[in-house]
Design a protein around this ligand. Structure first.
Ligand code: HEC
Ligand code: HEC
Ligand code: HEC
Ligand code: HEC
Ligand code: HEC
Ligand code: HEC
Ligand code: HEC
Ligand code: HEC
Ligand code: HEC
Ligand code: HEC
Length: 523
């Protein structure tokens, strides 16, 4: 693969290519076109000319994590790559712009013209030698990435290949020191000359075989690639599925939509064959389809009730909304606030407050529990924790009050909930004791004539449905009005012996208190 120094026309082609695609610093192509080939001075290179200059004049401000403008002048790739947060166009690359503007005093006129000639000449890394000039530059058609892909990576995988990278480079997958996974005949063990180790740049633990190398970035396996070197794709569907904001936090596994290589460096099946075989696992739902020409998906996740975009294309850029997959609420759905029956959305269904149950493959109500407690209550127990419900579920000084005292209880979830805006209160049992006809006013939330509360002389015999309003004395005065005795020695002799002691209902007493019977002595 030894190559001659590139011909000028190749450099121009490379500059044009790079400037078109990236426009980061490759601005001054015209300077090159204006020179005649004979008088052209050799194009400066990063290694020989630019790196020493930058080390002397720039690196004190442009190095490490705190580099000024996020721009590091310490390596070729960082110099020609992105400038974080800096907008760049082909006409005004940030490097030449800085040198003409804020940085005008930092370099001499000669140094500036050297940098301009380097940029104009395609910003080569080196003069080339073993490899073509553009071998290290991912933007170049000669890059090692393009070269390796065109050979289906054989030179880095197979030690027998005549161009085996591991013959000279440490950190190459086909060097014994790098992996013991490879069969012996595929490894290269000879000593390396002074060539940069692959792992100098490919710093993930798997080196160049890291999943991010060929179609992701750093530790991220899924596309897109590093935007500093590869034109940003218009759609970012992978990110939406792999790191979604609207669904289960963990995102979808790669094998939801296509096969995944079984291990690092496995290209034995369809992986890396030049085509993606989209096939959905169970989560896509029965009958899910992908149309390879229109790139449209037809999958359960997007095909809810009443959604406006049931078969989106993988290349679409418009964000999904709450109305895209299903309408929110679905057509002819229950009328009250979503939060009565679902934990994920806000009350109106315009946003998600929690995402863990959303898009998990099952339609969930409440907290996802199959029991009655999913929407109100806990586990299988439907007793709500709202308002004075807990006080009735576990009163301090009487027996628990059954649901049926205040509501008709559904026997199954079929037909329940009805979706009416609020619960219906229908008194029965203890509430109607002594032939009373209790009523509930849903507007004022007031209970009247309820056996338990409407005692003699009580301070609050028609309480409202608000926690903490009812105390000792609310339901009946203490003691009750005459003809009851005015004696306060309730717990003595033949009165309420055992039920009450020192003005407090005893545990024994609580079992009989508010049970529909006036208990005198409790044995
Ligand atoms: C004294 C510190 C200092 C030195 C030395 C320095 N820079 Fe900078 N550089 C900065 C700061 C601060 C910024 C951000 C603000 C600005 O653009 O001036 C910056 C910004 C830049 C930018 C981004 C320009 C943009 O469009 O935002 C580039 C490119 C750059 N410098 C290149 C260089 C080069 C090449 C050298 C050496 C010749 C150099 N700098 C020397 C401090 C320095
Ligand atoms: C015959 C030995 C040899 C083989 C085989 C070889 N290289 Fe190199 N490579 C070198 C040497 C020596 C250098 C440094 C040369 C230079 O800087 O001009 C180098 C430089 C590089 C660089 C640039 C590093 C830098 O710091 O700029 C990359 C990238 C690279 N090689 C990748 C590969 C890949 C990929 C393969 C396999 C397809 C490979 N090389 C095969 C010897 C080799
Ligand atoms: C000077 C830094 C550097 C060195 C040294 C280097 N690479 Fe790379 N390599 C890159 C960059 C940058 C890319 C572009 C992709 C990216 O952003 O990770 C890349 C891409 C690749 C790819 C992706 C190919 C594809 O199909 O897209 C492979 C494989 C690879 N390098 C293998 C190697 C091997 C093997 C070596 C050592 C022989 C090596 N690299 C040495 C910087 C380097
Ligand atoms: C929701 C489905 C889905 C998930 C999840 C998904 N992909 Fe994809 N992927 C696709 C589709 C669709 C294509 C495009 C196929 C086509 O263009 O024909 C694709 C293409 C690709 C490609 C080739 C295209 C390119 O830009 O290089 C790679 C590589 C890839 N996926 C890797 C991954 C990895 C790695 C993961 C997991 C981290 C993942 N995908 C998760 C659906 C998915
Ligand atoms: C040396 C380059 C390279 C490496 C390393 C690599 N892949 Fe791929 N992978 C590709 C290419 C190229 C494609 C594009 C589609 C194709 O050619 O199969 C791809 C496609 C995929 C796909 C889409 C399905 C398919 O088979 O097309 C998945 C998923 C995937 N890769 C996962 C991984 C995972 C996981 C790792 C790390 C264990 C990994 N890749 C490492 C080159 C690579
Ligand atoms: C009274 C209870 C109740 C209320 C209120 C309610 N839902 Fe539902 N929802 C359900 C039940 C039960 C289901 C399960 C299946 C069914 O009956 O449609 C469901 C299912 C759904 C589904 C899945 C539809 C499907 O099958 O793909 C969506 C989406 C949904 N609800 C959204 C909403 C939104 C948005 C709101 C608020 C505007 C809301 N719901 C209010 C009870 C309710
Ligand atoms: C990518 C398609 C998609 C988008 C976008 C989407 N949903 Fe859903 N949603 C579904 C699917 C599919 C279900 C049914 C099954 C499930 O959860 O997997 C569902 C179910 C629901 C449910 C019923 C409870 C449940 O999780 O099963 C509610 C409520 C809901 N969505 C609200 C919303 C809201 C609010 C938004 C906007 C923030 C939204 N959805 C955006 C696809 C989507
Ligand atoms: C002492 C009477 C009483 C008992 C016992 C009672 N509730 Fe209620 N419940 C009410 C009242 C009053 C309301 C408020 C109705 C309104 O808002 O107008 C209510 C409201 C509700 C609501 C609507 C949502 C809420 O939290 O406000 C549900 C659901 C409910 N009750 C379920 C139950 C269930 C299930 C049980 C038994 C396990 C039970 N209740 C026991 C009186 C009672
Ligand atoms: C999907 C959420 C959900 C589930 C599951 C659920 N409920 Fe309800 N429940 C409600 C809502 C909402 C109300 C308020 C009235 C309505 O919309 O029907 C309610 C009201 C009630 C009431 C008050 C009386 C009424 O009908 O207004 C009782 C009692 C009750 N539920 C018991 C149960 C029992 C028992 C189960 C299990 C068989 C159960 N609930 C399961 C949502 C649910
Ligand atoms: C929620 C209403 C209510 C509250 C609050 C209440 N009581 Fe009662 N109490 C009743 C009713 C109704 C009776 C009638 C007998 C029955 O049904 O147990 C009663 C009966 C009694 C009796 C007669 C013994 C018995 O159990 O029949 C005593 C003593 C008594 N209450 C003491 C108290 C004391 C002390 C307090 C405060 C700690 C209190 N009560 C709070 C409703 C209440």
């Amino acid at each position: 693969m030894r190559r001659q120094r590139p011909h000028r026309s190749e450099i121009i082609a490379q500059v044009a290519h790079s400037a078109r695609a990236f426009g980061v610093i490759l601005a001054a192509t015209s300077t090159l076109a204006a020179c005649s080939p004979d008088r052209a001075e050799p194009v400066p290179t990063f290694r020989e000319d630019i790196a020493p200059l930058f080390a002397a004049k720039c690196t004190k401000c442009h190095d490490g994590a705190t580099a000024a403008a996020g721009y590091r002048t310490t390596s070729y790739l960082s110099v020609v790559g992105c400038v974080a947060g800096v907008a760049a166009t082909a006409e005004s690359g940030p490097l030449l712009r800085a040198l003409a503007g804020t940085h005008a005093g930092y370099v001499t006129a000669d140094e500036r013209s050297l940098i301009e000639r380097w940029v104009g000449g395609g910003a080569p890394a080196s003069r080339g030698g073993v490899h073509p000039v553009g071998f290290v530059d991912p933007r170049s058609p000669d890059s090692h990435a393009t070269f390796l892909r065109s050979k289906r990576w054989t030179p880095m995988l197979d030690g027998k290949d005549s161009e085996a990278c591991g013959r000279c480079h440490d950190g190459a997958p086909n060097r014994a020191a790098f992996t013991t996974d490879l069969p012996a005949e595929k490894r290269v063990t000879s000593a390396a000359p002074n060539a940069t180790a692959c792992t100098t740049c490919h710093t993930e633990p798997e080196g160049p075989l890291a999943c991010g190398t060929c179609h992701g970035n750093g530790p991220r396996a899924a596309p897109p690639r590093d935007a500093c070197f590869f034109p940003r794709p218009t759609s970012d569907a992978h990110r939406a599925h792999v790191e979604p904001s609207n669904a289960k936090k963990s995102g979808l596994a790669c094998n939801t939509c296509h096969p995944v290589p079984s291990k690092v460096g496995d290209f034995s099946a369809t992986h890396g064959d030049g085509a993606v075989q989209v096939q959905f696992n169970g989560l896509g739902g029965p009958g899910s389809k992908f149309d390879t020409s229109s790139k449209q998906c037809s999958v359960r996740c997007h095909k809810g009730q009443g959604g406006s975009r049931p078969s989106p294309a993988w290349t679409e850029t418009e964000k999904m909304t709450c109305q895209s997959c299903h309408s929110s609420p679905p057509p002819a759905h229950y009328k009250s606030a979503c939060t009565n029956c679902h934990t994920e959305p806000d009350g109106t269904g315009a946003a998600l407050a929690k995402t863990d149950l959303h898009l998990n493959g099952t339609v969930d109500v409440g907290n996802g529990n199959p029991g009655c407690g999913a929407c109100h209550g806990k586990g299988d127990d439907p007793f709500p924790t709202t308002g004075p419900h807990p006080a009735h579920a576990a009163p301090k000084s009487s027996k628990p009050v059954e649901c049926t005292t205040c509501h008709v209880v559904p026997t199954s979830r079929v037909g329940h909930p009805s979706g009416k805006a609020a619960a219906t209160v229908t008194f029965a049992g203890l509430a109607t004791w002594r032939g009373l006809s209790p009523t509930y006013d849903a507007t004022t939330k007031t209970c009247s004539n309820v056996y338990c509360h409407a005692g003699a002389g009580g301070a609050l015999t028609a309480p409202t449905w608000v926690a903490g309003t009812v105390v000792c004395g609310s339901c009946h005065s203490i003691p009750p009005p005459p003809s009851h005795t005015t004696s306060t020695g309730c717990g003595v002799g033949f009165c309420h012996n055992g039920a009450i002691s020192g003005g407090v209902i005893t545990t024994k007493g609580a079992a009989h208190h508010v049970d529909g019977q006036i208990d005198l002595n409790i044995p």
